[in-house]
Design a protein around this ligand. Structure first.
Ligand SMILES: *Cc1c(COP(=O)(O)O)cnc(C)c1O
Length: 381
């Protein structure tokens, strides 16, 4: 097998001259931050997902922190989430003093299992943060049903699922709050950036305040004068800049094409990798259409003479940027120090042992897909 001339990453942004021109225009404008582009971008995202409000943040992690604050998570509260995610998800709970509680995954979809959520609910449970892992929406109807019954807030981590649909509706309007990330590998990018979409005016007001130091105008301000504002709560500076928002707005023009191309690549992988016993291709929940942020396979190493690590290293040696997403969050030393024990989500841990992420991003060509498939087939034969 010949090594590829150029490295094929697992994910990559797509930037055009138009994106660059748009950003340059903003750089020449009066506002680099706190200007009109932020709200324009927020409106564009809210409209796209069909939500009433959107609040942009400096990054997705800050947005999740804001959502946890708006949900009222404080010390003593438990928040149920999946261990198969980026550490930022449960870290946001810790920022607020809350306790992340990990519920195991469904073996077919790799997403949090609603039945496992039920098993973890206590009198201290305040919220659920499900993750649309790889871009495949979680079973929202079931999760919202559980939440309504137990009076819990649902913050959907949609970092992977911008553009995905659940039962014909775009992700971003069905949970109480939904977070999207605009890191360069994500469905659209603003460099760094994140957003919360919601239909709740109450959350909208809290998120706006939290993003900007907890300050705002009050009835008392009007009495005092034009310059007067008040700080009502301890917020942060988590603002997105107009430079970021401009790039985001320009990227929004191509979101449908990005998602379409990701779906084409996933379809090609599915066709070419189907029926190989040593590989399990990702299964999709009925009624969902993934945004395919990641294409994650299972390497059934019991059928092979080599472990996943060897396949990973051999693929990398061929210049193919395979990856592994994610290490179960509670395995990290920081979480171990907090007292989480290994073995609490056995299905997630077993899944992790076999997981391999294959490259997928809009500018990947069909030839690139064939390269990946041929290399993989050769290495497992
Ligand atoms: C990327 C990501 C985040 C964090 O987003 P940033 O914009 O990088 O801060 C949170 N959750 C998941 C699942 C992610 O993939």
């Amino acid at each position: 097998m010949k090594k590829r001339e150029t490295f094929l990453p697992y994910g990559h942004q797509s930037i055009t001259e138009k994106d660059i021109q748009a950003v340059v225009e903003t750089l020449r404008s009066p506002y680099l931050t706190q200007g009109p582009k932020i709200e324009e971008f927020e409106k564009s995202v809210a409209h796209y997902v069909g939500a009433k409000y959107a609040v942009a943040f400096s990054n997705g992690t800050a947005a999740l922190h804001g959502a946890c604050y708006a949900a009222g998570i404080v010390e003593g509260d438990e928040v149920i989430t999946s261990p198969i995610t980026f550490v930022a998800t449960s870290n946001a709970v810790l920022y607020c003093g809350g306790t992340p509680v990990f519920a195991d995954i469904d073996e077919q979809t790799y997403n949090i299992d609603p039945n496992e959520i039920l098993n973890k609910i206590t009198t201290k449970t305040k919220a659920i943060i499900p993750i649309d892992f790889t871009g495949q929406p979680v079973d929202l109807n079931k999760i919202m049903g559980i939440a309504n019954e137990h009076n819990l807030v649902v913050i959907e981590d949609g970092a992977h699922s911008f553009g995905a649909t659940y039962k014909g509706k775009k992700v971003g309007s069905q949970a109480h709050m939904t977070m999207f990330s605009f890191h360069p590998v994500k469905p659209i990018t603003t460099g760094e950036g994140g957003i919360i979409t919601t239909n709740s005016e109450e959350y909208y007001v809290k998120l706006r305040s939290f993003r900007s130091h907890g300050i705002g105008k009050t009835p008392y301000s009007a009495e005092q004068g034009e310059w007067y504002y008040e700080m009502m709560d301890l917020g942060y500076n988590y603002r997105m800049t107009d430079i970021q928002a401009t790039l985001g707005l320009s990227q929004m023009n191509r979101i449908d094409r990005f998602i379409e191309r990701r779906r084409e690549i996933a379809k090609l992988y599915n066709e070419k990798l189907a029926g190989i016993p040593a590989i399990t291709i990702p299964e999709q929940l009925t009624g969902t259409e993934s945004g395919w942020h990641l294409y994650s396979i299972q390497i059934n190493s019991s059928l092979l003479s080599k472990p996943r690590k060897e396949i990973f290293e051999e693929m990398r040696a061929l210049n193919i940027g395979v990856h592994v997403h994610y290490i179960p969050v509670y395995w990290h030393p920081y979480y171990q120090e907090l007292g989480y024990e290994k073995g609490i989500c056995p299905k997630a841990e077993k899944w992790y042992d076999h997981a391999l992420t294959l490259p997928i991003f809009p500018e990947m060509t069909d030839e690139d897909v064939v390269d990946v498939v041929n290399a993989l087939k050769k290495l497992i034969s």
